[in-house]
Design a protein around this ligand. Structure first.
Ligand code: F3S
Length: 413
């Protein structure tokens, strides 16, 4: 790989061991992918934030970098940690577990990261511009940045994301290269009336369905309504990236590299075409639902982390009603969005209705060894549905957001 004089100096250790280590790892990854050079980035987003993602070994690696002088070279946001930093006790986490998370949080803050602790940084600190080169990880965020914003990012593996933030560069491969951003497979929506695609759940289920077929290919979606919101595209991004390994999709007439079908495929022809019908989404929702009808232990919203608009919409759905006494209702979000909800009086209304806010973290990256005492979870998120059944001995039901609210009030589904 070609390195500039400056990059060679860093690799030789002239700027300190922390920077050298980060450069060596990033260069090794670049060589593995056949990158010709490193690209400078404007900002970074780190996925490797939760203690239960990188454990003690990962924490020691971050501390090693910090103790050897490593600082992030560009503005760097970061994913949810393993606890609600202010309310870890009310989550039922142990002091010992909380301390492990705190140790990692401290190391990142010493490194200079912006403590956003959210998986939707693009809704918190300003979204990247079209064409901007990013050192991002977190699968939903990478997919959203590439697809909805037209910025350029790869799914950088955990801890290598930290190295890229420290050197302010990424190896040039994958989706940084224009021709790799062309669509590979077309999904044509057919037979959907206006009752579809009004709620995040339809986007989540569609994403899961397409992700399973696309795997790592770039899907192009034709037929989504033009009124689709960014929050709905967020749900689609997350599910595409968890149902498959999608890091870029195009939605014709909605996303910036897909003004036309021809644009989306960069004029390629002969691509595979898959028809998507309401029946496919009904089947996919049934497949994601593992719970038997009955008691709802928890309603879980905010995967990815909820925006202010989403919190406000849920408040409006309650219409003064309250969560059933035996049911928990968690909204997972960032501290930034929570603060906005407090200022607008929305958080107060929801707390009054019996909703709890889980800030800085989520159920899926918190204490995965803990017995949370929940068996049946109702969610509107395809990603949460998949992760919960993989991580915990719990069952899920996938429902629309208004259905989630109604179920919470009844305490059963
Ligand atoms: Fe975010 Fe946790 Fe879902 S990190 S995308 S809320 S699994």
């Amino acid at each position: 790989m070609h390195l500039t004089n400056d990059e060679q100096d860093i690799l030789s250790g002239m700027r300190g061991e922390g920077l050298r280590t980060a450069m060596e790892i990033a260069v090794k990854m670049g060589e593995l992918y056949g990158a010709r050079r490193l690209l400078p980035v404007k900002n970074a987003h780190i996925d490797a934030a939760s203690y239960t993602t990188i454990w003690d070994a990962g924490t020691e690696f971050i501390e090693y970098l910090v103790s050897n002088g490593a600082k992030v070279a560009v503005p760097t946001t970061i994913n949810p940690v393993a606890r609600d930093i202010e309310n870890w006790k009310s989550m039922g986490l142990s002091k010992e577990f909380s301390e492990k998370s705190r140790r990692l949080e401290d190391a990142y803050i010493s490194m200079g990261v912006i403590p956003t602790w959210t998986c939707a940084p693009y809704q918190c600190t300003g979204a990247p511009a079209f064409g901007e080169i990013l050192a991002w990880s977190e699968s939903n965020a990478v997919n959203y940045a590439n697809s909805v914003l037209g910025a350029r990012a790869n799914r950088i593996p955990d801890l290598i994301d930290v190295c890229c933030a420290v050197i302010g560069r990424v190896p040039e491969y994958g989706l940084y290269i224009t021709e790799n951003r062309a669509g590979d497979i077309l999904f044509r929506l057919e037979g959907f009336d206006e009752s579809w695609f009004c709620d995040a759940v339809d986007y989540a289920v569609l994403g899961y369905f397409i992700g399973e077929i696309s795997i790592q290919r770039n899907p192009v979606i034709e037929g989504l309504p033009e009124k689709t919101t960014n929050d709905q595209l967020k749900a689609l991004s997350a599910a595409l990236a968890s149902g498959g390994a999608t890091a870029l999709f195009h939605a014709v007439k909605l996303t910036p590299e897909a003004r036309t079908l021809e644009d989306a495929f960069q004029s390629k022809t002969g691509y595979e075409i898959t028809k998507v019908t309401p029946g496919n989404l009904i089947d996919t929702k049934d497949k994601l639902t593992t719970a038997a009808k009955g008691k709802a232990d928890m309603v879980l919203l905010g995967c990815p982390h909820f925006s202010f608009d989403e919190i406000r919409e849920v408040r409006d759905m309650f219409k003064g009603r309250k969560v059933a006494s035996a049911t928990k209702f968690w909204i997972m979000t960032s501290m930034i969005m929570y603060d906005l909800a407090v200022r607008a009086g929305v958080a107060h209304d929801l707390l009054d209705a019996g909703v709890e806010f889980i800030r800085d973290t989520c159920l899926m990256v918190s204490d995965t060894d803990k017995d949370w005492g929940f068996k049946t979870i109702i969610t509107n998120s395809g990603k949460a549905a998949q992760y919960i059944t993989g991580l915990y001995d719990m069952d899920v039901a996938v429902k629309s957001t208004p259905e989630c609210v109604d179920i919470a009030i009844r305490g059963e589904w």
